[in-house]
Design a protein around this ligand. Structure first.
Ligand code: SF4
Length: 289
């Protein structure tokens, strides 16, 4: 594992993700090392391959200092804008425990009186540490990625991230503290088509945490993601790999979406963006071997 402190040139970066205006990525790389991670393409900026993903983390130690300057350039204190932490790293991965770069950035936004939405996405229970700051922000929303209810599955696909049972408990704690939350079911793992009970269990357990807003995304098998994922899964049964390939077909997506819409209604939840997201644009990203 390679760890380095670096100084970034800027930190509040404009973003093309629909609904999000800016992103803050306090780290380059992610220790959680999820097999399906689309952010592995970041390696091209630091002279790494997609296969190195999860093996390096660079902390942008001047992130708070930069944000302090950059936030002041937004008009109307950012009213109507959304800042997302983070798009290509997990803002609460292990290094955050020591560096507190995410915490310092959030504190700057809160102290400045940022008027827009600050949205967080993580797989870590470390996020609970910052409940005090979420309460000070004008509009904070905290999402936990939950891809299954089975810790064995999360340990396999999300090697170094906290287990899904921990993430479900984290959502419950955030909800009990009055923090606006959402669950991100992404990527939708292919076994859910054949095992509807598992999908139902996922919605039921999310509902029991008090979470209402759900963001759902299909598995993205752009070439560079597929190359790394299948390299990591090289020892698994070919039948399982076939299921992953079939997840890219329209009929598969339609079947899964129908099941999801029923579950959303049954558990009285809201499907954010009113649809299950399928990022066609990632399919076009060039392979980065
Ligand atoms: S936690 Fe997010 S950024 Fe980190 S490896 Fe997993 S999917 Fe990628």
């Amino acid at each position: 594992m390679e760890f380095k402190e670096i100084r970034a040139k800027n930190i509040l970066v404009r973003c093309g993700i629909p609904g999000i205006d800016y992103v803050i990525n306090p780290y380059i790389g992610c220790r959680f090392a999820c097999k399906y991670c689309y952010a592995s393409f970041m390696g091209r900026f630091v002279d790494k391959t997609i296969y190195d993903w999860g093996e390096y983390v660079y902390a942008k130690v001047n992130a708070p200092e930069l944000l302090n300057k950059e936030i002041k350039k937004l008009k109307n204190k950012g009213r109507g804008k959304e800042i997302f932490l983070s798009s290509v790293t997990d803002p609460y991965q292990g290094a955050e425990g020591d560096y507190k770069l995410t915490r310092q950035c959030l504190k700057i936004l809160a102290d400045y009186g940022f008027e827009g939405v600050v949205s967080i996405l993580t797989k870590s229970n470390l996020v609970i540490r910052d409940i005090d700051i979420f309460k000070k922000l004008k509009h904070a929303i905290v999402g936990l990625t939950v891809t299954s209810t089975d810790d064995g599955i999360s340990r396999y696909f999300e090697k170094s991230a906290p287990a899904v049972s921990v993430r479900l408990k984290t959502l419950k704690i955030l909800n009990e503290n009055g923090i606006k939350t959402y669950a991100f079911i992404g990527p939708l793992l292919p076994h859910f088509v054949a095992e509807s009970d598992e999908l139902e269990k996922l919605f039921k357990e999310l509902s029991e945490t008090g979470t209402k807003d759900i963001f759902v995304e299909h598995l993205n098998l752009a070439k560079y993601i597929r190359n790394r994922l299948f390299e990591e899964m090289k020892d698994v049964d070919q039948e399982i790999l076939k299921k992953f390939y079939s997840s890219q077909s329209k009929s598969y997506r339609v079947e899964l979406e129908e099941k999801i819409i029923k579950l959303i209604k049954k558990y009285k939840m809201n499907l954010l963006k009113d649809m299950v997201i399928f990022h066609k644009e990632f399919q076009k990203l060039k392979n980065n071997e």
